[in-house]
Design a protein around this ligand. Sequence first.
Ligand SMILES: [Zn+2]
Length: 530
Amino acid sequence: MSGTVYENARIHTLDPARPYAEAMLVRGERIVAVGDLAECRDRAGGGARRVDLDGMAVLPGLIDSHIHAASYVRGLDQVDQRGTASLDEALARIARHATTLPPDAWLLGGGWDSNRWTRPVQPSRTDLDRVCPDRPAALPSIDGHTIWVNTAALARLGIDAATPDPPGGQIARDEHGEPTGILREAAADAAYAVVRSPHAGDLVAQLRAHLPRLLAAGLTGIHDLDGQDARAAYETLYARGELPLRVHKTIPATALDEAIDSGWATGDGDRWLSTGPVKIFTDGALGSHTCLMTEPYDGEPGYHGIAVTPAEEFERLVATAAGAGIAVAAHAIGDAANRMVLRAYARWRDSAGPGPAARLRHRIEHTQHLLPDDVPLLARCGVIASMQPTHCTSDIPLTSRMLAGRGLASYAWRSLLDAGAVVAFGSDAPVEDPDPFFGIHAAVTRQQPDGVPPGGVDPHERLDLDTALRCFTEAGAYASYEEHLKGRLRPGMLADFIALPTDPYRVEPAELRDLTVALTVVGGVVRWQR
Ligand SMILES: [Zn+2]
């Protein structure tokens, strides 16, 4: 018998049966033994390879349960608008980037956040025309619910004063009815089709070049929420044996019929590439004033946000998808959207019977703002709360201004866990940085990187490190129906793990953001090493 003994390590297994070990024996893609050194060497027998981890801390590989990896890798080759402090700074970056592009190429790239600009105005096509007059430009906002385009892009997209707002979308207009260059929700679909097309480059090559960044951050698995183009690219990498981490790929709502016709079901596939739930948007986002709220937005009487998928349509989609063995992942941010989704899931559970209800694990993506009664309801319905801790801390300026006094349970992961719900963490990259330790820091401290606010926002919702890690490991495994295979380091499970020079259990919470990964192993193979 042989294999590899990883020794001289501080192994945090996240396995309650044996939380801590000093050595681990891996054979093929699986863990054979976890325990003390003598035990592992004994099991290995002669001829085993030994890897001295030099006292490093070892954790199960982290799983990002909500990432747009295709958008993330594409964005690395585009103009990055994140962190811009003003419209002028955003325009300066765009002007610089435009000079690097071949003639006639679309100018793409996003991440602008006008809420953070010194003068928080919605930008316009005329602003963009000043720095990019001669080629079409399309720039998604940080939350992805708004696209800012220039005049050339509006012309290419065929949008003018005569174009009506599509259902579930809005073309912002000036006093003459002319589009201003801001397209919201469904009105941005045509622009998104460009952003996700070969206009943005060769996705297979981009994934191959940039997925190692996710390995370097400590991720061994992702749930990818991007489109069918991303699925095709993953399939290509998989077929070539070049997929370096495990991918659970969701189905966009627009591809549900195709998925059903093709006989796809959630959980199909193998340990490297599997079919996820169908992603259905039910509302927008807070920063874009498009998430669906029970109380109207302050200063906008009668305006509650945008119901991207109304309740009846959503219930029909849940029944259709579930009937074909496809679980649903509903994007819901506002309290009214979350309530609508939960009621639909509860009704489906009642009508579907115990078989399907036990098999399909419906999810809510973001689960950001809940009416307090909906916390126990979510747990009772067995719904997975797919949450992104860095949204909580990035949104502090927004939520403190827009949601104060509403009595909502916002980013209420501690309450959800206490109620018995499964909470799976992710990054929502490229909206946020994909580094899972940023998310762990946010979950534990509920503070911005600068330590604001002292004690954290809603400090009763803070998590201990162990729980935050479980939300980034076993919860993600549960959400892809693989909790028997990964999420913990124990015999029989997949050898997906990471090693860190600094032990997360031995640092102050404020330092969790700074942790780095030295080694990432997926399926028993070193996929990345510093
Ligand atoms: Zn997302």
